[in-house]
Design a protein around this ligand. Sequence first.
Ligand SMILES: *Cc1c(COP(=O)(O)O)cnc(C)c1O
Length: 468
Amino acid sequence: MRYVSTRGRAQPRDFEGVLLAGLAEDGGLFVPESWPVLDAAAWRALRGLPYEELAARLIAPFAEGCLTLEELRSLCRDAYRRFDHAAVVPLVQLDERRFALELFHGPTLAFKDLALQLLGRLFDHVLARRGERITIIGATSGDTGSAAIEACRDRAAVDIVILHPKGRTSAVQRRQMTTVLAENVANIALEGSFDDCQDAVKAMFGDAAFREELHLAAVNSINWARIAAQIPYYAAAALALGAPDRPVAVAVPTGNFGNVLAAYGAMRMGLPIARFIVATNRNDILARFLAANDMSIRPVEASLSPSMDIQVSSNFERLLFELLERDAEATAAVMTAFRSSGRMPVPDSAWRRLRDRFLGFSLDDAGTLEAMRRIRQESGYLSDPHSAIGIAAAAALAPPERAIPVVAAATAHPAKFPEAVKAALGEVPRLPPQLADLFDREERCSVLPNDLAAIKAFVRAHARRRAA
Ligand SMILES: *Cc1c(COP(=O)(O)O)cnc(C)c1O
């Protein structure tokens, strides 16, 4: 399988190439040259498989030429072994047509584990083969950092340094990062904001000599391998609910658009997904876009669902490319205009095609708390603020055909957001057993000033220790 850039000016790569490259050199995102398609009989034959086997088989066509099915099986088995539910991604029925797809049974209790646990192992596998190593750097305001650290801990070919703004992540989120005492993991608590952290990471990537010296790599959600690893759980849910012989809809709490894009990928691979409900918080750029073709940037506001506090959803570019019938030049022009004007000029014809299947939804904080209460009352189900927005969206915008079940992605465990759960329900959710002692564990973290030279020296010292 070959991959091309959405902006058409990068050398096509194979799976291993896009895994290691992340962003394309023309600023675009890599997409498969064509979508692998399974016919109905092939889908039916996948029903009832263990999750890791389903994942290996569905990722295999994307990795063709780089990894064998046998290699993928072994990587998937290892990646999903630590999940605390035998089904890996259990589907919980909420009412006659709504289902919560629980994506939070991994080590950090959020859906990013599903992609990142595999990504860390993919890195190790291909780097060992090439005799290379990398240094992963990243900035986090919470979830992504801990999922990346858990994915990379103890990986032989990878060092990881994560920056977070000192004092500005929740205690659970910080401890999920700083209590990982693996040799190859380092945490920086930066005396600054999340934006300062991001700026420092960008500056390090922007320094070509530094990037080369340390083999810098990123694990952010523009990496195609992450999208590929998220397709199988939509397939698992759809198959369980009767696909390919019966359509389903999906509702996805959305930030960077990676998770929705994976659902779209499942549809392109042949699953009958009739509707995509894009659920947002008060940072509702995607909902405004889907309602009125208004993709205009506003300032990001903090909400109860911080992992969705985003204005520019980087993965949207991949869908835009499809909407524009894979015209890379047109995609590049729209993205350039978006960057310069803050408003994305999506042609009306393309927007209308999108509207056939995609619907937007948004809830502010008060609406989110209300949704958490209602879900608890009606179904006895405890949801975190992100998942609650998806579940509420599933009720509001389900397809009119009553028979179509709606799968709402439950993206985080409620115990990750105890304050919001307490505010909504008056109860504090308990951390699952494997994290019950989180607050007793030793932390390791270095406080650094917001000074690029100091940060670089730290990263270099950390990576060099391992290379020696
Ligand atoms: C990252 C995250 C999201 C947003 O996912 P995207 O793929 O960026 O759209 C939603 N909920 C939770 C809990 C997350 O951690």
